[in-house]
Design a protein. Sequence first.
Lengths: 414, 230
Amino acid sequence: MRRLFSGVVNGFAEIWGHKLRSLLTISCVMLGVASMVLTTGFMEGFFKGWEVSLQEQGGIEKISTTAQGVKERQAPLAAVSPGLTRADARAIAALVPQAAVVSPEIEATRPRLVRGGKSFEGRRGARVLGVTNAILEINRYEVASGRAFSDLDLHDDAEVIIIGSKIRDRLFALGEEPLGAFIDFNDRPFRVIGLLQHYERLWGTYNTLDWKNEIAFVPVTTMATKVQRSDRLSYLNFKAADITRLRETVDAASNVLAQQHRGIIDFNVRTNEEQLASFASTKASFVIGGSAIAGVSLLVSGIGIMNLMLASINERVREIGIRKAVGATPFNIFSQFVAEAVTLSLLGGAAGVAVAVALIKVLSATLPPGSTPLLSPSAFVVGFIFSVSAGVLAGIYPAIQAAKLDPIEALRYE
Amino acid sequence: MPLGFEVLRLDRVGKRYPMGDVIVDALVDASFTLSEGEAVAILGPSGSGKSTLMHLLGFLDSPSSGEIFFENRPVASLNESQRARVRAEKIGFVFQAFNLLPRLSVRANVALPLAYHGSPPDDAEDRVDRALDLVGMTNRAHHKPGELSGGQRQRVAIARALVNEPRILLADEPTGNLDTKTAAAILDLFKELNRLGRTIVVVTHSPEIAAHFRRQLHVRDGLVTEGGFA
């Protein structure tokens, strides 16, 4: 311990003795560590954002069913199936105990929302879904003001609508009260009974959650009878009661649906697990890319340190001879030079982390929230491990050279 | 002064090394014993092999033939690290060129061998103080070697050699870089140390300096002969 300390003290003396040279080497390590910490921070920010967006889509307990074309061998029989309907939703609710909340959803094919000359339509327009209150739980919507649907609304095919913040902004002037007002949805007046919460998570200036604001809900019964005039569901979403039995829930629901559809597989049951898997592979490629960057920076810093150490040893041959003459073992010399390299790289590492922290602070202040890199403890750990390993790896070879010097030759050296 | 136990013994020690195409016998069949409390001058012209002898005595080099015994143990049986350890704990070196580390303070230079001591003594600080006091350099402890005169530097180097309280002090032309007056003072210091019981070996080319020592070993063309006791 005392020896390690004296090694570090010695290292500082040497670094101080060659200020410019040491500064250049330290900057190498500093840049490497700073880029590492920043890359890690951006990656974490990105992953965090992705996790939030997965949560906002219902989390991994959400299971979604959509209609899909049948396989070729079943094609002649396809007409036998009634397709994905509200009956399926009832069947799953009744027969699949593993499914907690069941949300039948019918999406309007060409929704047109008009109010007093203002309209919201077109390809980039609003989506209008016929739903039950189940969607609020499954897809994580919150009614901020007004109310959700009542049983009566659903029973009576009531012409009521719950709208997202963007629709409100588009159809209502500032200060206008939307609740109780009427909106024409595909030429039929609907009374606004609820307003959804505003969702926001910025990536730069782009709100990645805007899709949650460009949406409106009407009762699924109303949508089926009065708008689409079809009982066909666009989506049938439900939630696994027990996340550890996700697979089992999917299987049970698939069986019930196959039965309902008379054996015709014209539906597709998916979980967010697949999305999670594809996310994992994206994450893996990010990590590989990040590691490659780290590797290159490690190499560059390592070369810088090794260069400095070799130059320093060349200058200090006599010192090594003296130390050996007064009793330093080869290992003493070896550890002295490794300690110096590590001291150097730790200084660089500390500077690098400081620069990264400062940059992250500046970025957080200038960029809109949400797109900024995260400052995580792992970044510090990475920076620390990175700089110590750069120091050790780059220090070993020069240190071995130093330890091998013949003391007599070294003492004669001028 | 009665002579004590044997510290170093050379038994038919030879050293030869290639120099270009020829093989040079730097030392041939050297046999002698150094005892505790002795003050010995190794005298010879340059190129006589006395530096080789000095390196062998301090285990900085290994003999080509014969054996060296330190405290009755064959040095050849020790590996490089063990020899370094013995050097740190029991042998003090003084060089012609002082060989202080320029970046370290006087105090840190003197303390250097303690860092390589197998079990660093508890009284390390006291030892540094005592060594500095013995050579009269206490008031320069925080200077850098570059701020000192040649004689002062050599005193620091001697303090460094003494800090581990070695069995033997080896000095290679310790007055070679000093003026006559300073050299005399350094020689007086060596004599004083010997009077206090320290075993001292001084390598020199100067018969005048050698004359200060009780025993002289003459080296010429690699042959070591007893020059008699003064």
